[in-house]
Design a protein around this ligand. Structure first.
Ligand SMILES: NC(=O)c1ccc[n+]([C@@H]2O[C@H](COP(=O)([O-])OP(=O)(O)OC[C@H]3O[C@@H](n4cnc5c(N)ncnc54)[C@H](O)[C@@H]3O)[C@@H](O)[C@H]2O)c1
Length: 370
């Protein structure tokens, strides 16, 4: 039998969602948790029965029993903490995005190459039941030839932790870039993005980013395909939406306009509503139940993103399973470091393009398989 992976979770807001999943996964030992605030660490540790607790990430990285870290800290820490973990010999799963600069992405890809360790960006949408459903349709040939893809992520971030205020919309674009690239395992070659509208003055100064909405076209490498993605974070009236549309020559899948409605499949010009099935059967039985409900109960409440994001499409156990089995079977997870860099750099460069009036910007070579 493969060795169980000793996993540590860093950041216990959204991160706490994964504790019971790893606790029950047959290939994992939920080994340690890390959180700077002592009281929160105690609260979560007691609620989930985790003995080994760290307030210092640096101390945790010295622990020889920890094989892998799953990072769920604020966006600005993802890259430095991933880099530190790889340098300490730990495998890394990191919530989205991989980084906030192209240079940080490059360093992570380089370190993974040098160390032979595994890196996976934990993009929820590419493990959601909707994505798995469309992927199944695509792989069975039911969609015919893919002609175009479109995704959006619109969310009002007022009231979220301060680092979100004024964030360039495309700096958190992986929930739209991920699915459009992942369906055909494509790579982005270049992007062109327009900014539109203006957010509140006090928000603009935080990142010097003025736009309410950013829309980006992505040209796929070695392919006739392109995709369009839309992001907004502030001052735009719209119900929460993480949507994904795929236009095929035979069938097209379109996301519902309003949450809790059914999706639409167009066969030729004929539309029909479809109930997207669950994909828990792809998982070990011990963690199948987690596709249906949030697990963060330390505070008697679920994480806000889980409620607002409609349970992230049941993706959490699929993500944990993909990471653990990649480590046990010594194979690349999806998305691996290079693929994560390609997805993340689309967003970073899209914002740069928007700031330059839509200039075309090419993805760097290190994000592409050459
Ligand atoms: N669908 C998704 O994929 C999804 C959904 C929600 C959040 N996220 C990501 O998860 C991350 C965390 O989100 P959140 O809402 O829980 O954020 P948050 O700011 O509420 O919580 C982050 C936690 O990390 C802890 N932390 C910060 N620095 C630390 C350090 N150096 N060492 C140990 N702990 C540290 C904080 O104390 C806090 O508990 C964000 O980066 C966000 O991008 C992804």
């Amino acid at each position: 039998m493969s060795k169980k992976i000793n996993i540590a979770i860093i950041g216990l807001g959204f991160g706490a969602e994964f504790i019971p999943i790893y606790k029950r996964h047959p290939g994992a030992n939920m080994n340690a948790i890390c959180q700077r605030t002592e009281s929160k660490l105690r609260q979560v540790g007691d609620a989930f029965g985790i003995e080994k607790r760290y307030t210092s990430y640096e101390e945790l990285l010295k622990d020889p029993n920890v094989d892998a870290v799953h990072i769920n800290t604020p966006i600005q820490s993802h890259a430095s903490q991933s880099i530190a973990a790889l340098k300490a010999g730990k495998h890394v799963a990191c919530t989205v995005p991989m980084a906030t600069t192209v240079e940080e992405c490059r360093q992570i890809v380089e370190l993974v190459k040098q160390t032979g360790l595994t890196y996976m960006m934990m993009e929820t949408v590419v493990y959601s039941r909707e994505f798995l459903f469309v992927k199944e349709l695509y792989e069975k040939g039911e969609l015919g030839k893919i002609q175009f893809l479109r995704a959006s992520h619109q969310q009002e971030m007022a009231g979220w932790p301060g680092y979100w205020e004024g964030l360039p919309p495309m700096h958190y674009a992986t929930h739209c870039v991920g699915p459009v690239l992942a369906l055909t395992h494509a790579e982005a070659e270049y992007v062109s993005c327009f900014g539109s509208g203006t957010i509140d003055k006090n928000l603009i100064t935080k990142y010097n980013s003025p736009f309410a909405i950013e829309t980006c076209h992505i040209k796929f490498r070695n392919s006739d395909l392109s995709a369009e993605i839309t992001r907004s974070l502030f001052n735009t009236a719209r119900q929460y939406r993480e949507s994904f549309d795929v236009y095929g020559s035979k069938k097209t899948f379109e996301w519902p306009q309003v949450e809790h409605e059914d999706a639409v499949i167009h066969t030729g010009e004929v539309p029909s509503r479809v109930k997207v099935p669950d994909y828990a059967h792809l998982l070990p039985k011990e963690i199948q139940a987690f596709t249906q409900a949030g697990v963060y109960d330390a505070d008697e409440k679920q994480h806000l993103s889980f409620i607002q994001g409609s349970g992230h499409g049941g993706s959490h156990p699929h993500l944990a399973h993909a990471f653990i089995t990649a480590l046990q079977e010594k194979r690349e997870p999806y998305p691996n470091a290079r693929q994560s860099a390609n997805i993340t750099c689309v967003g970073i460069l899209a914002h740069e393009s928007a700031m330059k009036g839509g200039e075309i910007i090419r993805l760097p070579d290190f994000t592409q398989s050459r």
